[in-house]
Design a protein around this ligand. Structure first.
Ligand code: DP6
Length: 320
């Protein structure tokens, strides 16, 4: 009745932004991501008939804010007539600051809950259940390069390449450690309701997905860099033109983008991507990792850099 699972965050190179359906949390667009290796979330789930309510501890502290979302996710995996559970989460990177902590958290949660209650759902079902809690979580069940497709009223997940089939490196420049001002769910709803660019964002997504899929298939770094930066800037343009506007960047975010441009101008194979937060993720070929990390560390406003290779999908660490 107890299990522990670990999942790593993933970073979208073609982004999910917008929902087709709020009740099922069905994305309005497909997305394509890379799964990281050295950042992780571990979730322990223990069901007990003696508990009256679910209890959630994040980093050893009770957290009632996230509890309803976590309990709803357990209901999906196990059923609403389940035993209550103690859920404990540990993570080795800053949470709620645009580093995809909900992706690794809900992937690990669903996998641990499934094992703890002995259900053994297949991977795609687990991904769909996690996706209902947080869209990006569906991608963290797979390693390497992952595409999420929206197929009618469901999602499908496809692993395009394993982590060692095109071993890219990621440097995350941390520019603020505080929680983001607006959660991505709320921000997506606002974007869909008010940005004049939202409909063209949705309409053009398949073009970007096609280009990125091709770039991954051909291991064409320049092509991937071009579509990923374009797609990221389009998503942020949608956010910026929402009312009220949604701006997750700070001064250092722009300075980091400038650093990446300078590196590119001197021939370094690197590109940036930015999610619903102020951190800048620089994706590069492994030979450029040290140079990219040093340049971002020296950029004004960067408190520290995190580095990661590509990694595996969610996995069970223990179960009893
Ligand atoms: C900008 O998966 O956090 O990181 O489904 O509302 O929980 P919810 O959203 P979430 O959104 C991720 C948005 C993004 C882009 C991406 O990861 O594709």
């Amino acid at each position: 009745m107890r299990a522990v699972a670990q999942a790593q965050p993933n970073i979208a190179l073609v982004k999910y932004w917008g929902k087709q359906n709020l009740a099922d949390n069905l994305p309005a667009v497909g997305s394509l991501s890379i799964t990281l290796d050295s950042l992780w979330t571990r979730m322990e789930v223990e069901f007990s008939s003696e508990l009256r309510n679910d209890r959630l501890l994040i980093g050893g502290h009770h957290d009632d804010e996230m509890l309803a979302r976590v309990s709803g996710c357990l209901d999906q995996v196990v059923g609403t007539d389940r035993d209550r559970a103690i859920i404990q989460s540990e993570t080795n990177f800053p949470i709620a600051a645009g580093l995809a902590s909900s992706a690794s958290a809900f992937a690990a949660l669903v996998m641990a809950a499934d094992a703890a209650c002995g259900k053994s759902h297949e991977l795609l079902s687990l991904a769909r259940m996690a996706g209902r809690a947080s869209g990006s979580a569906a991608r963290s069940f797979y390693g390497g390069f992952v595409e999420l497709r929206v197929d009618g009223r469901r999602i499908d997940t496809v692993q395009l390449l394993k982590d060692d089939e095109w071993p890219l490196h990621v440097v995350v420049a941390i520019t603020a450690e505080t929680a983001k001002p607006l959660g991505s769910t709320e921000a997506m709803i606002r974007s869909a309701e008010s940005s004049p660019f939202y409909s063209s964002w949705v309409e053009r997504q398949d073009e970007d997905l096609g280009a990125a899929r091709e770039a991954v298939g051909e291991r064409d770094f320049a092509k991937l860099a071009s579509v990923a930066e374009h797609n990221c800037l389009k998503m942020h343009s949608v956010m910026w033109t929402s009312r009220p506007s949604i701006v997750y960047w700070n001064r250092a975010t722009l300075s980091c983008m400038q650093t990446v441009r300078e590196l590119q101008n001197s021939g370094v194979p690197v590109f940036f991507t930015i999610d619903a937060g102020p951190q800048v993720k620089a994706v590069c070929l492994p030979a450029a990792a040290d140079q990219v990390a040093a340049a971002l560390q020296e950029t004004s406003g960067v408190s520290r850099v995190l580095q990661s290779n590509l990694g595996h999908g969610a996995r069970l660490v223990a179960s009893a």
